[in-house]
Design a protein. Structure first.
Length: 170
């Protein structure tokens, strides 16, 4: 029986997928996630009052570094020569009615011209950025948490384009 799971060899053991026969094509992935925090924490970030420094600048660099090193932390990921990594932030200053928390939405856009996609790199970039925001602010808000980390868009390659259907949150 032929195993449809591409990361397993004939013996059923893990392997890195062979992409050597795939064409080099432009590929792009966009991922996002939210970091939830107390309003005072976001205010301190905005005012540069976090003792460790410029939170978003450091987190942005961490996200870029995370994307570049994804193959070192996610088994079976191919090392890729990324052509672009961009990290963006949207500050959501109005506290949510249900929680009283504010948030920062992190968006990572990663591009490559290669034989395999960059979805994992975009997701890793978002995760590393969120973790760095937490690390830099944990002295003032250990109650921060993350949510809604996921792929928004992917294009290029044989499987074509994917756009996540965004549904209203409950």
């Amino acid at each position: 029986m032929n195993n449809p799971l591409t990361h397993f060899n004939k013996e059923g053991r893990a392997r890195m997928v062979d992409v050597s026969d795939k064409d080099h094509t432009p590929r792009k992935a966009v991922a996002s996630g939210d970091v939830y925090m107390r309003p005072e924490t976001l205010q301190r970030i905005n005012e540069g009052q976090i003792k460790k420094g410029d939170v978003l600048a450091v987190a942005q660099v961490a996200g870029i570094m995370g994307a570049k090193r994804t193959h070192e932390v996610i088994p079976m990921c191919h090392p890729l020569l990324l052509t672009s990594v961009d990290i963006g932030f949207q500050k959501n200053s109005a506290p949510a009615a249900a929680t009283g928390l504010c948030s920062i939405t992190v968006t990572a856009t990663v591009k490559v011209t290669g034989q395999t996609g960059v979805e994992m790199e975009a997701l890793t970039a978002v995760s590393m950025t969120a973790l760095t925001i937490y690390d830099m602010c944990k002295a003032v808000d250990r109650n921060m948490y993350f949510g809604h980390i996921g792929l928004l868009h992917k294009s290029g390659g044989k499987s074509g384009t994917f756009d996540r259907e965004l549904k209203a949150e409950k």
